[in-house]
Design a protein around this ligand. Structure first.
Ligand SMILES: [Fe+2]
Ligand SMILES: [Fe+2]
Length: 135
């Protein structure tokens, strides 16, 4: 089983955000472990809910930081968060209501989604914030 390791290449250069991204990855690793251990539907569902809740909080926190510093790309970034949170909710909903616990494809989807968002969208604000003394 491969765990999601947080490589240096995935950092955005702002510590608070890197920490939160790391926690998101930990949450997904926990889910994968629960799956491998054969945890029940209820356990998995509550972990999925935690992941959604943490994602929502992270997005809020990130948007707040960008707002504080007047980041010009905020409207697009916020729209990307809304779109993607909807997708995650939909995928989690489907997984929660399926009998056969198809979490593996869901985890693959979430992992790709988060990494892609962090590496493309989130990384855009790193240098911009760094230039304003935010690390
Ligand atoms: Fe983001
Ligand atoms: Fe982020």
């Amino acid at each position: 089983m491969t765990l999601l390791t947080w490589s240096h290449a995935c950092t955005v250069g702002v510590k608070a955000m890197d920490d939160q991204h790391g926690i998101l990855m930990d949450t997904m690793n926990d889910l994968r472990l629960a799956l491998v251990r054969g945890s029940g539907h209820q356990q998995i569902n509550s972990q999925l809910e935690q992941l959604i809740e943490f994602t929502r909080k992270h997005f809020q926190s990130e948007e707040h930081l960008l707002e504080q510093h007047g980041f010009p790309g905020l409207p697009e970034h916020r729209a990307a968060h809304e779109r993607l949170l909807d997708q995650v909710r939909e995928a989690v909903n489907r997984a929660e209501h399926s009998e056969d616990l198809e979490i593996q494809p869901l985890l693959g989807f979430l992992r790709t989604w988060y990494l892609d968002h962090i590496e493309t969208v989130d990384r855009q604000y790193g240098p911009w914030l760094n230039a304003r003394g935010v690390y």
